[in-house]
Design a binder for this molecule. Structure first.
Ligand SMILES: [Zn+2]
Length: 390
């Protein structure tokens, strides 16, 4: 997978002259429905079609060579059913990035444009947080990393408990003493686990956290969690440390991520609609979203999953306009048409660390145009330069 920095680099790319950005997404076809052969033909068709269109528009540049290289790869990939792939290429600028993805793309796609097409990548990154699944009891803890369908065990903590055998002395005294040592050890163990999690957040080892343990252990453990670890906690489920399998990690982790993302998305949609209605920290519709993006106000950009719209972009200052004007309203230079405004706003959002949320199955959201933004602040309502924090 690409690092955030590498994705930002792709988002900053802007091809000029003979340099075009080629983005290829390859979704394997599952053995249950199609054969290898159809998969290869489909990929070839996409590449050939792109070659034809490039020649028609006179966009030769790096396109032919890069597309032929992609075609060769697609031939090789026909056997790798478990993984989707993406390639971002511009040989003119010495860019070639191959990425493994979980096989969750709607279909294979190929884009030849001035910018890289990052929607699917951003969507997968957003829906596939780096997750830690942690199992614990009173003397053991195991840490699993689940990202893009792959499970790795990170580390384990084991604390041998003090021996609870009968002592030679007065039974009452020894039993009480042993009990206290056990409790001290357990406390120490829970503190250690909480510390590993805190360090994990500090070194950005995970985005989200799920904990598997018994209810009784949770009650003891919870108090030790650092507040910023708690912020990343998606939830917990009942589990025994001793019987953990990678399959269980994957199932429970994915279930929690899916549920909490759906819930989170729904809440964000409700919030942006309510904020927009009250003229608060929310805007809807392309025109206002574009303006807020340019003002640097946007914290979360929400788009219908299939959102697409025409717009123009200034060839000089990059200003985006939902009205199809020939000249830029900011600097007066000529504009060029964008077939899909997402080609410009997705990279812009990535460059500015704006959270991207793709919305499905929310009719009210479709009614306001299928695009909206939650704002960090509203520049036109800012008083004395103090932005209202979220
Ligand atoms: Zn301009």
């Amino acid at each position: 997978m690409l690092t955030r920095e590498e994705i930002r680099e792709l988002a900053e790319f802007r091809g000029e002259g003979a340099d075009f950005a080629i983005s290829f997404y390859f979704q394997p076809i599952l053995p249950s429905d199609k054969s290898h052969r159809e998969e290869t033909i489909q990929a070839k068709d996409l590449v050939r079609q792109a070659l034809r269109e490039a020649e028609k528009d006179g966009r030769n540049g790096n396109v032919g060579g890069d597309l032929r290289r992609i075609l060769e790869l697609a031939e090789k990939w026909k056997g790798t059913r478990a993984r989707a792939k993406a390639v971002f290429a511009c040989s003119g600028r010495n860019i070639w990035r191959e990425v493994d993805l979980p096989p969750l793309l709607a279909k294979s796609h190929l884009f030849v444009n001035r910018r890289f097409h990052l929607k699917e990548l951003a969507e997968l990154m957003g829906s596939q947080p780096r997750l830690w699944v942690v199992f614990l009891d009173r003397h053991r803890a195991r840490f699993f990393d689940l990202h893009l369908d792959e499970v790795h065990e990170q580390e384990a903590l084991f604390h041998a408990l003090p021996h609870r055998g009968r002592g030679d002395g007065f039974a009452g005294y020894d039993a009480g003493h042993a009990e206290r040592s056990v409790n001290d050890e357990v406390l120490h163990h829970f503190k250690n686990v909480a510390e590993v999690l805190k360090l994990g957040v500090e070194r950005e080892a995970f985005d989200r956290l799920v904990i598997g343990c018994q209810e009784i252990h949770w009650r003891e453990f919870e108090a030790h969690l650092h507040p910023y670890v708690k912020q990343r906690l998606l939830g917990r489920f009942a589990a025994e440390v001793g019987t953990v399998t990678k399959k269980l990690v994957r199932e429970q982790g994915e279930r929690m991520v899916t549920e909490s993302l759906a819930q989170h998305r729904h809440e964000q949609v409700e919030e942006v609609l309510s904020q927009a209605r009250s003229n608060g920290r929310g805007v809807t519709g392309l025109r206002r979203v574009l303006r807020s993006l340019e003002m640097g106000e946007v914290q979360v950009l929400l788009m219908a999953d299939n959102y697409s719209a025409h717009a123009v972009e200034c060839t000089n200052c990059g200003h985006l306009d939902a009205h199809m004007v020939a000249y830029c309203s900011v600097c007066g230079r000529s504009t060029q048409e964008l077939e899909d405004v997402c080609e410009a706003i997705v990279p812009a959002a990535i460059r500015r660390d704006v959270e991207l949320v793709y919305v499905k199955g929310e009719p009210e959201f479709e009614n306001v145009g299928g695009i909206a933004a939650l704002l960090r602040f509203r520049a036109d309502q800012k008083k004395g330069g103090v932005a209202a924090a979220s």
